[in-house]
Design a protein around this ligand. Structure first.
Ligand code: APR
Ligand code: PHB
Length: 390
């Protein structure tokens, strides 16, 4: 087989890139390890920056998002039960965020890809990238016991943190930066009304908690847990009891509880791999970087990568210019590191760190009190939360 761009990974990054390129008459083939149902079965955060909403409009996949998504003008931060509202719209002069499940966006992307007869090959294995430093790279993969080869001009590595693309960059070239946090997030989904119309991020001596939602009838809650914890250790009742201890009393009193329809633990890490390119290979999304979920930047960073990469590939095929391709890594990393900083800052602000000294704990408490007392500090938080410019 031959195509212009092979995309490894059929998650949000790969599907969005495939859709944007196809709309600009650039041929792609997406190689996905799992089935479509498996990809759509992943429960992921859904706080979308305006930049992602605009990109979804550009990709013709925003109709349902605009119908069913919820515009949020702010969120609450509580410290030991005292709540303070961060009014994003006021602090940023009008910017807001959209709450719309990532799973729903991925569903919309799959639907659009199928409508355009996009080529997505599922359940592939043994994907290998070859001749990346030549002008004619190719991939091999296996499916149903057969080996296949695809010749192409470029390869987009959109295969997430555990994919093969980043590993195709030699360790002599690649530099990785990482911080693994000493705790995880135990999350549940429940078919209950959200406790508040906006998100509530809770800092508490017992540990962090977050009240979020997917829609007016589907709530998402998290409590910080230890890395050696497991969902099996937590009955629904135990989860609700602990959550109510960490969120403000007035919210605990009105919390609608119900059976969990999903319960899982996610580890927290900050990770960046540099550079994002190697010859004809370009990494985007989780393949190149991971943020802790605290700042809801994972999908939003994937979106800005895809914005830069799609613009660069379109410029190459339309004008023969490789300038944006040559600067992709440097351009994307500038925004990636700013989101990395913000996600790290918000994580250190709100979580209980086992190794904190009394001084560290006092500084953390003061950081939140300063935030609550300073409009300048809140403006800085707000401009990062709604998303820095592309
Ligand atoms: N071959 C083919 N596909 C692969 C391979 C491989 N070797 N390895 C991984 N994949 C697929 C995975 O099955 C997954 O569907 O690549 C896809 C990567 O998707 P994501 O992990 O969702 O990463 P990305 O598309 O960059 O989306 C980033 O997802 O993980 C969240 O928080 C993250 O919101 C962010 C978003
Ligand atoms: C979620 O709804 O899953 C969610 C929302 C905001 C975050 C993290 C997760 O910061």
């Amino acid at each position: 087989m031959k195509t212009q761009v092979v995309i490894v990974g059929g998650g949000p990054s790969g599907l969005l890139l495939s859709q944007l390129l196809h709309l600009n008459n650039i041929d792609t083939i997406v190689l996905e390890r799992q089935t479509e149902d498996y990809v759509l079965g992943r429960i992921r955060a859904g706080v979308l920056e305006q930049g992602l909403v605009e990109l979804a409009k550009k990709a013709n996949v925003s109709d349902r998002m605009m119908r069913e998504g919820q515009i949020h003008e702010g969120f609450d931060i509580s410290q030991q039960g005292t709540k303070h509202n961060i009014n994003l719209k006021k602090l940023t002069g009008g910017s807001t965020v959209m709450v719309y499940g990532q799973t729903e966006l991925t569903r919309d992307l799959y639907q659009a890809r199928h409508q355009m007869n996009g080529q997505i090959i599922h359940e592939v294995s043994d994907v290998e990238l070859n001749d990346l430093k030549t002008n004619s790279p190719f991939l091999t993969y296996r499916k149903d016991g057969q080996e296949y080869r695809i010749d192409c001009d470029y390869i987009a590595g959109c295969d997430g943190f555990h994919g093969v693309s980043r590993q195709a960059i030699p360790t002599t070239v690649r530099r990785e930066y990482e911080r693994v946090y000493p705790f995880g997030w135990l999350g549940i989904l429940s078919e209950t009304a959200p406790v508040s119309h906006e998100l509530i991020y809770c800092q508490h001596d017992r540990g962090f908690a977050l009240c979020s939602m997917r829609n007016p009838k589907l709530s998402r809650y998290y409590i910080q847990c230890s890395l050696d914890d497991s969902p099996e250790n937590w009955s629904d009742e135990a989860f609700w009891d602990e959550l109510k201890r960490r969120i403000p009393e007035e919210d605990a009193a009105k919390l609608e509880m119900g059976p969990s329809i999903e319960k899982s633990i996610a580890p927290l890490r900050s990770f960046v791999s540099e550079p994002l390119t190697y010859g004809r290979l370009f990494l985007a999304g989780d393949a190149g970087h991971i943020v802790p979920p605290t700042g809801a930047k994972g999908l939003n960073l994937a979106a800005s990568d895809i914005h830069y990469l799609s613009e660069a590939l379109i410029a190459f095929y339309e004008q023969g210019s490789s300038e944006k391709l040559d600067s992709y890594s440097q351009t994307a990393l500038k925004r990636i590191w700013k989101a990395m900083r913000f996600s790290w800052w918000m994580t250190t602000l709100l979580h209980k760190f086992p190794d904190y000294s009394e001084f560290d704990t006092h500084i953390q408490r003061t950081e939140i009190e300063y935030l609550f007392s300073s409009e300048a500090a809140q403006k800085s938080l707000a401009e990062n939360y709604v998303g820095l410019p592309y």
